[in-house]
Design a protein around this ligand. Structure first.
Ligand code: 5GP
Length: 345
C-alpha cells in the first residue's frame, strides 16, 4: 500500500483568476478550434463540446441541433445499423464531422461497428467507451479497431492517469477520454472507492497526451458553464456533457408528469435501468454503477446551448483570451473554499 499526498482538485475547488484584457465584448471570442489528429491525420474544426453517449443524451435528434452550433454528439451505441442508415440518408456532409459512433468492446460490438461504417463510409469518428479503460483487453481492442479503420479518428476511454493516456495513444487512439467517477449519475466512487478528482485528472492527462500529439476529452462532472471553462482552462481539448444536456426535447428519456411538473428520465449507462433495457438485467456478478433520476423538463436544447457557449465566451473575456485556443495559457487557477453565493438558491 502507498499513499500519494499531493492534493488533487475538482472543479469545485478552484476559480479562474481574472486578468487584464483588451477585449471589448464576448462577441469577439472565437470558440472554434482546429485539430489535426495523431493517427487519422484528419483535420477537424468546430466547437469542442460533445454530448455524452448516453441514451438519455446522445440521440440523433440532439445531434442535429448541436451540429448547427458546430458541436459534437457521441451517439449512444444502442441504435441499430438500420437506424443509422435511416438517420444519415439525405443528410449534409457536415453532419459527419459532428457525430461519433460509440461502441463497446465485445465481438458483437466490433461487427456492428464494421457494418455501420461499411454502409456509411463518410463517418469519421469512433468512440470506444468502457467504464474502466485500464484493462489489457481494452487496449487490445483499440489496436484492433485502429488496424481495421486506419483513416478514422478514434476516441478511447475512460482513464484518469498520464501513463494510461500514453498507452492508449500509442495503441492507436487519437483522442483519450478522461474521467472516472465524476459523472452526475455515476456511483463508481461510492460503489468501488475508485476515482480521481476531475480537474487534476484533466491537467495531468492533457500534459501526457499533448506530449505525444494526442488530444483529450474531459468527460463528466461539469454542472455549470463555469466548470466547462475550468476544464478547458486545465488543458482539455474537448469537454463531454451528460447531465447538462439531459432533460430537453431532443434528449432521450421518457417525459413524466407529477403534481403539474414535468420531468424527464435520465440514467447512467451502468445503472440498473440501462442494464434492464439493454442487457436483460443486472448480471449476478456486478453491481450497478449508475443512478436513475428524473430531471426537470427544460424544453428546447438550443437555449441551454446558448447559455453554455455564452458562459465559456465570457470566461475567455475575463482572462483576455480572444479565442478558446488561448484559454489554457491564460488560466491561473486559485484554490478556493467557496463557489457561488447560495442565499437565494
Ligand atoms: P455528467 O456530464 O452527467 O456529469 O457525466 C457524463 C458522463 O458520466 C458520461 O459521459 C460517462 O462517462 C459517465 N457515465 C454515464 N453513465 C454512467 C454510469 O452509469 N456509471 C458511471 N460510473 N459513469 C457513467
Amino acid at each position: 500500500m502507498r499513499i500519494e499526498t499531493d492534493l488533487k482538485l475538482g472543479f469545485k475547488d478552484v476559480l479562474i483568476r481574472p486578468k487584464r484584457s483588451t477585449l471589448k465584448s464576448r462577441a469577439q471570442v472565437n470558440l472554434d478550434r482546429t485539430y489535426t489528429f495523431l493517427h487519422s491525420g484528419k483535420q477537424w474544426t468546430g466547437v469542442p463540446v460533445i454530448a455524452a453517449n448516453m441514451d438519455t443524451v446522445g440521440t440523433f435528434q440532439l445531434a442535429e441541433v448541436l451540429a448547427e452550433h458546430k458541436m459534437l454528439t457521441a451517439i449512444h451505441k444502442h441504435y441499430s445499423v438500420d437506424e443509422w442508415n435511416a438517420f444519415l440518408k439525405g443528410k449534409d456532409d457536415d453532419i459527419y464531422s459532428r457525430i461519433m459512433v460509440s461502441t463497446g468492446t465485445s465481438q458483437e460490438d466490433f461487427g456492428k461497428l464494421k457494418s455501420i461504417f461499411t454502409s456509411n463510409p463518410k463517418l469519421e469518428f469512433i468512440c470506444i467507451d468502457v467504464a474502466n479503460g485500464y484493462a489489457e483487453a481494452f487496449v487490445e481492442f483499440v489496436r484492433r479497431v485502429r488496424d481495421n479503420h486506419p483513416e478514422k479518428t478514434i476516441v478511447a476511454g475512460n482513464v484518469v492517469t498520464g501513463e494510461m493516456v500514453e498507452e492508449l495513444l500509442i495503441s492507436g487512439a487519437d483522442i483519450v477520454k478522461v474521467g472516472i467517477g465524476p459523472g452526475s449519475v455515476c456511483t463508481t466512487r461510492v460503489k468501488t472507492g475508485v476515482g480521481y478528482p476531475q480537474l487534476s485528472a484533466v491537467i495531468e492527462c492533457a500534459d501526457a497526451g499533448h506530449g505525444l500529439g494526442g488530444r483529450i476529452i474531459s468527460d463528466g462532472g461539469c454542472i455549470c458553464a463555469g466548470d466547462i471553462a475550468k476544464a478547458f482552462g486545465g488543458g482539455a481539448d474537448f469537454v463531454m456533457l451528460g447531465g447538462m444536456l439531459a432533460g430537453h426535447d431532443e434528449s432521450g428519456g421518457e417525459l413524466v408528469e407529477r403534481n403539474g411538473q414535468q420531468y424527464k428520465k435520465f440514467y447512467g449507462m451502468s445503472s440498473a435501468t440501462a442494464m434492464e433495457k439493454h442487457a436483460g438485467g443486472v448480471a449476478e456478478y456486478r453491481a450497478s454503477e449508475g443512478k436513475t433520476v428524473e430531471v426537470p423538463y427544460r424544453g428546447a436544447v438550443s437555449e441551454t446551448v446558448k447559455d453554455i457557449l455564452g458562459g465559456v465566451r465570457s470566461a475567455c473575456t475575463y482572462v483576455g483570451a480572444s479565442a478558446l485556443k488561448e484559454l489554457t495559457k491564460r488560466t491561473t487557477f486559485i484554490r478556493v473554499q467557496e463557489q457561488e453565493n447560495r442565499t437565494y438558491s
